[in-house]
Design a protein around this ligand. Structure first.
Ligand SMILES: O=C1O[C@H](COP(=O)(O)O)[C@@H](O)[C@H](O)[C@H]1O
Length: 243
């Protein structure tokens, strides 16, 4: 694993750097493999990034969009990660509908939805059960409790190592989420983290030792690149020269 941490002056600079990295990985992937596979994060942080990407003129027919986690709500619900990305970005570009691969939340049974999503990934990547496909880029956020995707502290989802997709648990509410080994198989994992409320968790995530069950973002140690982009406010209490 090759971890890089960059601190940007403020949120607009953080978003601009994230955009640059995504565009660079997109062009590299299309040049080498003919397509770019990206998994999106939800929450509030990436919205301006999605708005910026929605203004780009890119070979969208070669881009495939997935989500790393989803709230267990209909796609029209205001809490849906899919809805936010569609409104901010995907509804504004010419991308074939078949290139958008939302998490299923229709089965009235989260486990069934997780299994269906897993089958869809195997069929898209042409992998077999037990194999983990490599996304070109997985975009992640981090909650102020150290969670990432829907991998919350002290939940069963953190220990799932034989599935691509599992059911997360946010205060008793189900979520659908990529598992740790699926995220760790990515060619590039990009964390984008902003704001003073993330400081205490970031300190623990970057500490030489801490309990991974308390701070699930520590479990993300991909095969490929690991990039952490932080704004100055989030990074204020880190001693990054020792990283
Ligand atoms: O619940 C979620 O939260 C995290 C972090 O969100 P943010 O609002 O602090 O940016 C996000 O990465 C995850 O996808 C989302 O479902």
């Amino acid at each position: 694993m090759n971890r890089n941490i960059e601190v940007l002056s403020d949120k607009p600079a953080l978003i601009e750097r994230s955009r640059e990295i995504i565009l660079a990985r997109l062009h590299q992937a299309i040049e080498s493999r003919g397509k770019f596979t990206i998994a999106l994060s939800g929450g509030s942080t990436p919205k301006p990034l999605y708005e910026a990407l929605g203004k780009e003129s890119l070979p969208w027919s070669k881009v495939h969009i997935f989500w790393g986690d989803e709230r267990y709500v209909p796609a029209s619900d205001r809490d849906s990660n899919q809805l936010m990305a569609r409104q901010a970005w995907l509804d504004r570009i010419e991308i074939p509908a078949a290139n958008i691969h939302p998490m299923s939340t229709n089965a009235e049974n989260p486990l069934q939805d997780a299994q269906q999503q897993e089958q869809e990934l195997h069929s898209f990547f042409q992998t077999q059960p037990g194999e983990f496909p490599a996304f070109d880029l997985i975009l992640l956020g981090m909650g102020d409790d150290g969670h990432t995707a829907s991998l919350f502290p002290h939940t069963e989802a953190l220990t799932v190592c034989d599935r691509l997709i599992t059911v997360g648990n946010k205060d008793g509410q189900p979520r659908i989420t990529f598992t740790v080994p699926l995220i760790n198989q990515a060619r590039c994992v990009l964390f984008v983290v902003a704001g003073a409320n993330k400081r205490p968790a970031l300190k623990e995530v970057f500490a030489p030792e801490a309990d991974e069950m308390n701070y699930p973002s520590r479990l993300i140690q991909p095969q490929g690149e690991l990039l952490w982009l932080l704004d100055r406010s989030a990074a204020a209490e880190l001693s990054l020269d020792r990283q």
